[in-house]
Design a protein around this ligand. Structure first.
Ligand SMILES: [Zn+2]
Length: 245
């Protein structure tokens, strides 16, 4: 799903789902992904549910496009309950056993109670589906996810809690560090992911290395490393990592 589209093939004129009007219903819009020619239409415009954009089945998304129906689904989650920094803080904590169901159903009634998004993949999908200057529960998307689109918001570096879309660069077993770079377009910084735990370092380094040709998403609290244009974070839990294939 996409929370924004473009009105033209050149991707110059944006339309946010929240601004879609009744007369937009029969219009074909363009997927935010320039490499994707999906025919996008506004959905769920009437009623209490949030409007969003989805592709026609006969003109669906390219393989790997982040705006497919596998992505963010606005009406399955409680936007008002989402607190970005709390969500990222809990990604850095060791997980207790959790129920597998993301949408708990109340006993007997079958009623669905939406929960706020909380996994790195859900937060990443939510950010990707929105325009980077749009808001989710009052917070600017580009201040949650650093990617090619929001790179212009970071002229002096990256400080604080963020998800970052990165590419693998190298690792150091001695220092228990993995170095990545991002975002892949325009201004590029180096990001050092530091580990206190040897086993976690080996496990994550293997996953990241095997996926060195894919985008690697890391959530953390980023600080200056002391080196020019280089930032670092502590990696404490597997929940801080996602691979975008
Ligand atoms: Zn697409």
């Amino acid at each position: 799903m996409a929370m924004y589209v473009f009105k033209d093939a050149a991707r110059e004129h944006k339309l946010l789902a929240r601004d879609a009007q009744r007369q937009d219903k029969s219009i074909r819009f363009y997927c935010p992904n320039k490499k994707c020619d999906a025919h996008m239409y506004v959905r769920s415009l009437d009623g209490v549910a949030k409007a969003y954009f989805g592709a026609r089945k006969s003109y669906s998304h390219e393989k790997g496009c982040p705006y497919t129906s596998r992505g963010f689904q606005p009406n399955l989650h409680d936007e008002n309950g989402f607190k970005f920094e709390d969500a990222l803080l809990s990604l850095t904590r060791q997980s207790k056993t959790q129920s597998k169901s993301e949408i708990p159903r109340e006993h007997g009634t079958g009623e669905v109670r939406p929960k706020p998004i909380h996994t790195i993949r859900q937060i990443y999908s939510m950010c990707k589906s929105h325009d980077c200057s749009d808001l989710y529960n009052g917070k600017i998307i580009g201040q949650m996810l650093l990617d090619e689109r929001s790179a212009y918001m970071y002229p002096k570096g990256v400080f604080g809690w963020r998800l970052i879309e990165l590419k693998y660069r190298y690792y150091s077993s001695d220092r228990k560090e993995i170095a990545l770079v991002g975002p892949s377009n325009g201004k590029e910084y180096t990001f050092i992911v530091k580990f206190g735990d040897e086993r976690l370092f080996k496990e994550i380094n293997k996953i990241v290395y095997e996926n060195r040709n894919h985008l690697i998403i890391v959530a953390g609290e980023w600080k200056s490393s002391g080196k020019y244009n280089t930032f670092c974070t502590e990696f404490k839990s597997k929940k801080q990592l996602a691979i975008e294939k």
